[in-house]
Design a protein around this ligand. Structure first.
Ligand code: NAD
Ligand code: UDP
Ligand code: UDP
Length: 331
């Protein structure tokens, strides 16, 4: 096994490891860490459909084999069970780094994937988050805003982990010349979303389907901006292929209070669904809405699927996973 960068025939006409823009892009070797997860699996579908070779690296912490099963048997698809906290040797052109539990291990995993990108000259894309803005004092949030994160708060492990991941990404760019891209993803929903991980959209949809009350935390006046997953995947691919590092906000600027979201869920699934108020979690951001001017201008990207159009698209998937296999409540 040679430690020299070697691309197994894909993109090997390009010894610098840089991927020239505007060239035909078929036949790249691409790693998607966290590719068996919600966003990752939709990204993998697009990349495979485009004709690329995709290696999914996932430890199935929150991801599921079912999300990528449609590609089993395809020679362009490979699934590796691996925890990115451990080093990994692969030969690839691009790395979409999505693997991330809500804990500090995302820092070690990011370091390893940056080390991999440096060794083989691959382009590296970090999926960061709008949580880097914390409880924002600027509204809507622009990429130039440095954020308002409580470093010792109950949510800070995830937020600070992603902030550190952004720092590492820029350090590897400046220090080692790694080609990097940073996406700051705002709340995203769609089919294959984890059913029971406590996110508001999955909670409300599952609750409405199960004829349980929709649990609104706090007074329900806090806002979020919800993006449909296909819009996000399009943005991630444009970012990877484009020439700009970012960071770029990728989100839908349509802003909703949690009570408004509950109404949309009622309209979509069950007009009789009840609402139940619960105490909110500490340090919950009051407002969140992306300013996407930068992505519009430099990536030519903007979301196309409004909440009322996107929500129905995840309902049949949820219905099937909740009721379809006689395993209600177990996910
Ligand atoms: P997800 O939990 O569905 O996907 C994450 C995947 O990473 C899962 O398949 C999980 O098994 C895998 N994973 C976790 N730890 C791992 C490890 N140590 N080694 C290997 N694999 C590991 O979550 P998602 O919503 O698809 O999120 C994807 C990325 O986008 C994450 O980095 C997340 O922080 C970011 N993001 C998502 C949202 C959103 O609203 N969905 C918002 C902001 C940022
Ligand atoms: N790494 C990896 N795969 C590779 C190259 C590196 O997982 O192909 C890991 C490596 O084990 C280390 C991290 O990435 O933990 C950072 O690597 P780098 O070479 O930047 O740092 P160094 O090993 O010199 O400290
Ligand atoms: N939330 C809610 N009911 C739920 C789950 C969440 O009202 O069942 C609220 C939560 O307090 C927060 C918002 O919905 O204000 C978004 O929460 P989520 O965890 O989905 O996303 P994040 O806070 O990470 O943006």
């Amino acid at each position: 096994f040679s430690s020299a960068p070697h691309r197994l025939g894909f993109g090997s006409a390009n010894p610098t490891g840089k991927i020239p823009l505007g060239l035909k892009r078929k036949g790249l070797r691409i790693v998607v860490t966290g590719g068996a997860g919600f966003v990752g699996s939709h990204l993998v579908d697009r990349l495979i459909a485009r004709g690329d070779s995709v290696i999914v690296v996932d430890n199935f912490f929150t991801g599921r084999k079912e999300n990528v099963m449609q590609h089993f048997g395809n020679p362009n698809f490979e699934l590796i069970r691996h925890d990115v906290v451990e080093p990994l040797l692969l030969e690839v052109d691009q790395i979409y780094h999505l693997a991330c539990p809500a804990s500090p291990t995302n820092v070690v995993g990011t370091l390893n994937m940056l080390g991999l990108a440096k060794r083989v000259g691959a382009r590296f894309l970090l999926t960061s988050t709008s949580e880097v803005y914390g409880d924002p004092l600027q509204h809507p949030q622009k990429e130039t805003y440095w954020g308002n994160v409580n470093p010792i708060g109950v949510r800070s492990c995830y937020d600070e982990g992603k902030r550190t991941a952004e720092t590492l990404t820029m350090d590897y760019h400046r220090g080692a010349g790694v080609e990097v891209r940073i996406a700051r993803i705002f709340n995203t929903y769609g089919p294959r979303m984890c059913i029971d991980d406590g996110r508001v959209v999955s909670n409300f949809v599952a609750q409405a389907l199960r004829k349980e009350p929709l649990t609104v935390y706090g007074d329900g006046k806090q806002t979020r901006s919800f993006q449909y997953v296909s819009d996000l995947v399009e943005g991630l691919m444009r970012l990877m292929e484009g020439e700009h590092i970012g960071p770029f906000n990728l989100g839908n600027p349509g802003e909703f209070t949690m009570l408004e979201l509950a109404e949309v869920v009622q309209e979509t699934i069950d007009p009789d669904a009840k609402i139940e108020f619960r105490p909110n979690t500490e340090d919950d951001p009051h407002k969140r809405k992306p300013d996407i001017a930068r992505a519009k201008e430099l990536l030519g990207w903007e979301p196309k699927v409004a909440l009322r159009k996107g929500l129905p698209l995840m309902v049949s998937d949820f219905r099937q996973r909740i009721f379809g296999d006689h395993k209600e409540g177990s996910n």
